[in-house]
Design a binder for this molecule. Structure first.
Ligand code: PLP
Length: 393
């Protein structure tokens, strides 16, 4: 017999932290209290609205400074960034790419854009991201190395890369994952869409993969409206990234020549202008988000059946999206908890549907996904906007 939680307990704790009045509390809303208006007006006043302009260069420089990664290439969104990351490391039609089943759909979509096959792997409770030891055991069982290339013995397709997703801003345990990548000659891509401002040990996320992707969608920690970036420490990859995201045009004062099929993925100047203003405030955003997380942690410390998800001990997280986990016995309560919070205007949401359950991914290879399946049933995301932690009113 399954037990039920009382939705009132959850609602009252959330109301306590959010000091709620009559307004709806969204899951995550952006904040524009800095130089956003000034910089956007400057774009309009000068006519530099499109993908050439000073804010694009400035935004890239600021990203480099902030993350400590050597090169940043701004693009139209995080999905495009992931697509190009895969291209840059040589993922081709018929290759397999390892990625967590528990992620936003963009991670898997980008693999499909390359004609490659997503191969889904399990997550761990500590980080909500890739489970390194389970992955190591799995690869030992299902792969063989031939001429320095890792093959899936069952499908006979090459496995080229791993995409590590830093879920809700919590870093994956990267050291053991890097060991696995080295052993099996896999390239590591970090999907750092949610982890701007998050650290693994002493280094910013996005420094560990050969290439990494950021997103500045409206609901991310900073936004450019829509936007993303490719990060890399490799100068050749950086040059290629810039080249193929700008239609692969050869530099010339008047001729239009292109040496590849390129993409029109460059971030417009207007969007970059917003990004510059947002990045000026990111330290405040993160302080605010960490303060909010502390309040949630306290509020839920003594609630039976529900726990607040805390950063792994090796990480310092941006707490982009706060997450509650229901105890195993209480998964049947989730719908009524979501219902009760929405009735009160507190917009919560469940985890993403696992990638392997979506129609376009149903025939893709996957390992045992028991942790991801458990997490999917037990996660509830709760309001996490920057202003809720005290910054910007
Ligand atoms: C938001 C997000 C993306 C995609 O970013 P867009 O800018 O929305 O295209 C990719 N991966 C993860 C994990 C995300 O959260």
């Amino acid at each position: 017999m399954s037990k039920k939680l009382n939705p009132k307990d959850l609602v009252s704790r959330l109301e306590m932290v959010l000091q709620k009045n009559d307004e709806i509390v969204p899951l995550h809303e952006p904040l524009f209290t800095g130089n956003e208006w000034t910089y956007v007006k400057n774009c309009l006043d000068t006519g530099w609205v499109s993908s050439v302009g000073k804010y694009v260069d400035l935004f890239e420089q600021k990203l480099v400074q902030y993350t400590g990664v050597n090169y940043a290439i701004a693009v139209v969104n995080g999905t495009a960034a992931l697509h190009i990351c895969l291209k840059l490391i040589g993922v081709e039609q018929g290759d397999e790419v390892l990625l967590p089943a528990l992620t936003f759909v963009a991670t898997a979509n980008a693999v499909h854009y390359c004609g490659a096959i997503p191969h889904f792997i399990d997550s761990e409770y500590e980080s909500l991201g890739i489970h390194p030891s389970k992955l190591a055991d799995y690869l030992a069982e299902i792969t063989e190395m031939k001429n320095g290339v890792c093959y899936n013995k069952k499908t006979m397709r090459p496995i080229k890369a791993v995409i590590a997703v830093h879920t809700f801003g919590h870093s994956v345990d990267l050291d053991p994952l890097l060991d696995i990548c080295q052993k099996y000659r896999l390239e590591l891509i970090e999907d750092a869409a949610e982890s701007l401002g998050s650290y693994y040990k002493k280094q910013h996320t996005g420094n560990f993969g050969k290439v990494s992707a950021l997103s500045f969608n409206g609901n991310k920690i900073i936004t450019t409206g829509g936007g993303g970036a490719i990060l890399t420490n490799d100068v050749n990859i950086a040059l290629q990234a810039k080249h193929i995201t700008t239609t692969a045009k050869l530099p010339h004062r008047w001729s239009f020549n292109h040496d590849h099929v390129g993409y029109n993925y460059r971030l417009p100047n207007i969007n970059a202008a917003i990004g510059c203003a947002q990045l000026e405030q990111i330290e405040h955003y993160i302080q605010s988000k960490r303060a909010l997380a502390k309040k949630y942690e306290k509020a839920f410390a003594s609630v039976k059946g529900i726990s607040f998800f805390k950063e792994p001990n090796y990480a310092r997280s941006n707490y982009w999206l706060n997450c509650l986990l229901l105890d195993k016995h209480f998964v049947d309560s989730r719908e009524s908890l979501l219902q009760a919070t929405h009735d009160k205007g507190i917009l919560t949401r469940p985890a993403w549907t696992l990638m392997n359950k979506l129609p376009m991914n149903q025939n893709c290879p996957r390992m045992d996904l028991s942790v991801a399946e458990s997490l999917e049933q037990r996660m509830i995301n709760i309001p996490s906007s920057v202003n809720l932690g005290g910054y910007g009113g």
